[in-house]
Design a protein around this ligand. Structure first.
Ligand code: MRU
Length: 350
């Protein structure tokens, strides 16, 4: 992303989570300083900060910010409050495992230092949330480098949703190979699905790629199949919100349609995945909780007038699960996993 923009960071004084408000992009660039638990929760719930790694990083920073506000010095009272704060932030969105991953890491700091008082725990908590952030940067870089081994200069790439710097740190995951590739002289021709209903592809991916000087063309979600038939797509690149042990992958609603289309047309379908997004406690996609959001996102949110009558029912799942068999490879920071993923992911990570 443009050097001057950032997605999420800890404020210099350590007293707030600072984010760019993604609901206003691309038209308005506005940063928010979040100091209260309710504001951090709302920012994640409303997708002001979004994308699996970014909400994990925001939750980690949030736990540290809120830890400083706990009035008790005593260990047990501090632990109790931290557990309450962690459960609250974790309740903002259910599908991306990075959120609970970061909350668990922050809580583990307190659990692993029984008897320390607040003033002793705070520096450890600050170091842990910074580690979550810095590890994400390193993972995104490594994933991007690994992805470059799968493509060649000039390739046509289809993306869905936004898995760039706005969804993570620095390069992001699904867009990282494109952003890093650009820096190294690759010229890709990228087609980005607009990604109904919240338009992360239109509002965020086309913004990020355009500002990086990458050739990007915005398409309606339902145009992807035609482009594949026309031979314009050499590979599909997507991020992920939770990958089960068998490789079933939850990502933005519509991802599964892209994968089914890709399989039919013989186009490789790649999932870019930091280890913080793999949940080995989910045996398959059936164990993944899918977030359901308000029908207003479909009917009214981006329209001057409602596009359907008030009494018409809506079903608005925010994610779907792409079956492992549809995924050509899962690109991680430790290497590239291929089907069957129960074995290949375990070999890389367990
Ligand atoms: O609802 P969102 O915008 O948070 O959904 C985000 C996605 O589905 C991304 O593809 C995913 O989090 C990967 S981000 C590197």
């Amino acid at each position: 992303m443009n050097e001057k923009l950032f997605t999420v960071r800890l404020s210099e004084d350590g007293g707030a989570v600072e984010i760019i408000d993604q609901t206003l992009l691309p038209n308005t660039i506005k940063y928010l300083r979040l100091e209260k638990a309710e504001d951090i929760w709302e920012a994640i719930f409303s997708l002001r900060v979004r994308g699996a790694p970014a909400i994990g990083v925001a939750a980690g920073f949030g736990m540290y910010v809120l830890a400083q506000q706990i009035s008790d010095e005593d260990y047990d009272a501090f632990l109790g409050e931290m557990e309450r704060i962690g459960a609250y932030l974790d309740s903002s969105r259910p599908t991306a495992v990075n959120l609970s991953f970061a909350v668990k890491r922050m809580l583990a700091v307190v659990h692993n230092h029984t008897g320390l008082v607040k003033s002793q725990l705070l520096p450890l908590l600050k170091a842990e949330c910074m580690a979550v952030y810095n590890e994400d940067r390193a993972m995104c870089r490594a994933i991007s480098e690994n992805g470059l081994t799968l493509v060649k200069n000039g390739d046509g790439i289809l993306t869905h949703c936004n898995a760039g710097a706005l969804a993570a740190t620095e390069y992001g995951t699904g867009l990282g190979t494109l952003l890093l590739g650009k820096e190294l002289g690759y010229e890709f021709k990228v087609f980005t699905d607009e990604t109904r209903p919240l338009l992360q592809g239109a509002r965020l991916t086309s913004f990020e790629l355009n500002h990086a000087g990458i050739d990007v063309t915005l398409i309606c979600d339902n145009a992807a199949s035609l482009l594949m038939k026309q031979g314009k797509i050499n590979a599909c690149f997507v991020g992920c919100d939770r990958v089960a042990a068998n490789g079933d992958t939850a990502n933005k609603i519509g991802t599964r349609s892209v994968a089914v289309n890709a399989k039919y047309h013989g186009v490789p379908f790649y999932v870019f995945c930091p280890s913080s997004t793999i949940d080995f406690s989910c045996r398959s996609g059936d164990d993944i909780v899918i977030e359901e959001r308000s029908g207003d996102e479909i009917k009214t949110m981006f329209f001057e007038k409602p596009v359907a009558e008030a009494e018409v029912k809506c079903f608005n799942p925010a994610f779907d699960v792409t079956d492992a068999e549809l995924i050509t490879a899962i690109i991680t920071e430790k290497g590239i996993a291929r089907y069957p993923y129960t074995e290949s992911l375990a070999k890389l990570f367990l």
